[in-house]
Design a protein around this ligand. Structure first.
Ligand SMILES: [Zn+2]
Length: 233
């Protein structure tokens, strides 16, 4: 089913500028919103190529690619903070407001493999259902029409069942998009830690983790302490 959303259309020149800025050299080590965007754009041809090679199916490839773009640009782990992903929802960003307020940034539920995407899909479906049901109930009251809820539920159920493969492909795409995000988050924070401590200290830390309690690394006080705990987000 295709829906039309009212959305602003960028002038062609602005679109070109935006695309060009995405193709600038990547800075993998400090993934900001923009870096995550570039990773998504650069990885897209790889995803499309690999999917088509495996499935030989244009439809499935298109769905996985769409999911991947959405997962990387709008439907990704960073919806748990006021990020570019969140801002891209424009008028509809309220959808993610409760999500953002109730999850800690980079928590397991937003940045965890598979669980992050699953939780977002369930959350989004729930909010969407609440909105649709509310609108239908209001329409029923105002328009003096009677809706057959049983039939509606059956219809939705049948649609999902008969398009299982398509939904799965879309889900996989979303997960690949999120994966590109949390993998680069992880690479970035590991790199920063190595740069700060040195590779030997880092590896020692890895082999000692669980045995020895971490020592407090710095003597910073006051503001520094607060910043440090924020920086760990
Ligand atoms: Zn993140």
């Amino acid at each position: 089913m295709r829906e039309k959303h009212p959305h602003r259309v960028l002038a062609p020149l602005q679109t070109l500028q935006f695309l060009a800025s995405l193709l600038l050299p990547l800075n993998f080590f400090m993934p900001s919103g923009r870096t995550h965007d570039r990773i998504t754009i650069w990885a897209l041809p790889v995803i499309v190529g690999a999917t088509f090679w495996h499935t030989r199916n244009g439809n499935i490839t298109l769905l996985i690619a769409t999911g991947f773009m959405l997962g990387g640009l709008m439907f990704g782990p960073d919806l748990d903070i006021h990020s570019v992903q969140y801002q891209r929802w424009g008028w509809f960003r309220w959808i993610w407001y409760p999500y953002q307020k109730s999850l800690r940034h980079r928590s397991f539920l937003s940045h965890g493999p598979i669980i992050g995407t699953t939780f977002r899909v369930v959350y989004f479906t729930l909010i969407l259902s609440i909105v649709v049901v509310t609108v239908l109930v209001i329409a029923e009251k105002l328009g003096n029409v009677t809706l057959n809820w049983q039939m509606l539920a059956n219809e939705v159920g049948n649609t999902i069942l008969s398009h299982k493969t398509e939904f799965l492909a879309l889900f996989l795409g979303l997960e690949f998009g999120a994966m590109s995000h949390y993998l680069s988050d992880w690479t970035g924070s590991t790199y920063k830690r190595i740069k700060k401590q040195g590779i030997r200290a880092y590896l020692n830390g890895l082999s000692n983790s669980g045995k020895i309690k971490k020592r407090k690394p710095t003597i910073r006080k006051g503001k520094g302490q607060r910043l440090k705990s924020k920086g760990k987000q």
